[in-house]
Design a protein. Structure first.
Length: 96
């Protein structure tokens, strides 16, 4: 009889190891990638410039969450990536 309780206790302590916390679904949600036709969302206040140069005049400040359409991607001589975007009434270049 004592062996039965020991076996049951051992099984009860070891069985939950394979379960996730809370016993929920162990599968992870899939990574969602942006499709080519979907807009890019600005990740924070960014300067929209007239040309792909850090010294170029600023056209506007793009606020966080504003949808942007990427028109072109370009790298300057320093290796910095620039995106030519269209968003709202403006069209210009974003660094990074």
């Amino acid at each position: 009889m004592p062996w039965r309780w020991a076996w049951l206790l051992g099984l009860a302590l070891m069985a939950p190891v394979g379960l996730p916390a809370g016993g929920g679904d162990p599968s992870r949600p899939g990574l969602r990638r942006r499709n080519a036709g979907e807009p890019l969302l600005a990740a924070g206040p960014r300067r929209l410039q007239t040309s792909p140069d850090l010294q170029a005049p600023v056209l506007a400040v793009i606020e966080s969450g504003q949808p942007l359409r990427v028109l072109e991607i370009w790298r300057d001589d320093a290796g910095r990536r620039w995106r030519r975007v269209s968003g709202g009434r403006h069209r210009g270049w974003l660094a990074g």
